[in-house]
Design a protein around this ligand. Sequence first.
Ligand code: ZN
Length: 398
Amino acid sequence: MNIVMNQQYLRVFNRYMVFGEIYKNRIMSRGDLQKKTGLTPTAISNIVNDLLEKRLIVEGENGKSTGGRRPKLLEVNVDDWSILGIDLDPARLSIGLMDLKGSLIDLRTKDLKGNDIEYLVEEIKTIVDSIKKDVDRKILAAGVGIPGWVCPETNIVTFAPNLGWKGVDIRTRLTEELKLPIYVDNEASVTALGESWAGSAQNIRNFIAVNFRTGVGSGIVIDSRIYKGVTGSSGEIGHIPVDEDGSICSCGNYGCLETIASTPSICRRLYSLLKKGMPSVIKDTFTGKLEDINISMIAEAARSGDALSIEVLNQVGRYIGLALSIAINLLNPDVIVLGADAVEYEDIILSNVRETIRSKALFTPVKRCKVVISSLGRAAPIVGAGILGLQSHLTTMV
Ligand SMILES: [Zn+2]
């Protein structure tokens, strides 16, 4: 029995490896695959036939001849299957349909009015049904990014403070409703997957992808694998305490990065300064309500020279730099990708972030580490969730 299990595991692992090579290299011959993976020609032939039969890859143009017939080159099939990425930010639900390379075909969003599980399942189902109705594509699998910790063995959401969830089995509920293979993981981990397969960290073995929005979290990739930690709670960069005298955080501590650099925290800080009577161009449209303030408004005001908005974002940049210095000293990454809402104000904070890490982190790792803005932008967690669906399904499908 064990031998049968091991053979099955090996077959699935090899298939995943071969597909991953074709994905990374975009186009490959069977001979190149053999050299890259070290598998025998028969094994490569079997796996390639299996992937061709499942329509996950296609044979494209002919490659260069090495003496005999010109080999057929293999590439990921972007025409038949699609994948769904579900991004469950507490403030906004985003669902994207994409091809197997992560290019978005359809993207729908909905502002959320609560975090009740049944309400969210219903909202997800409504959007997925309308996508299915409008877009004529077969769906291979779906991935869900959750702002919380997900147990790697059971797929149960153990703790999601910004959703108020503890021990929620959202995967089973969504599988019942959507009738699709569903896979669930932490939003920052899926973002890192998206950056690695389709974004700013392609072919980078060691990197950190940091998301800034309702919460602040990061996905850590070490030697091309996502580092999850013992309880699946790695990467909680938002809960690094950066200000001893700071305000209370959702985790119960004080002065975490999230209390300064999450999108609601940035809006709250500007709001409280306006309430104190500080001058700003935003005052012209400010009616005294926190809801009047949003992050694009602050970024735009800063860009037009508004001193108050510049000061608020400069502080954000310095504290992000401080937390990243700790991450750089600890993990020595090649690249740090800043994403989600950070794409709104990156031009204003980047110099502060870079200046702070240069002055706080150790010279050698900081010299090597590039801090970049996500090329996927706000779509990174959505694309990453789709890639999670694809990856997980490849390792489980028969
Ligand atoms: Zn915290």
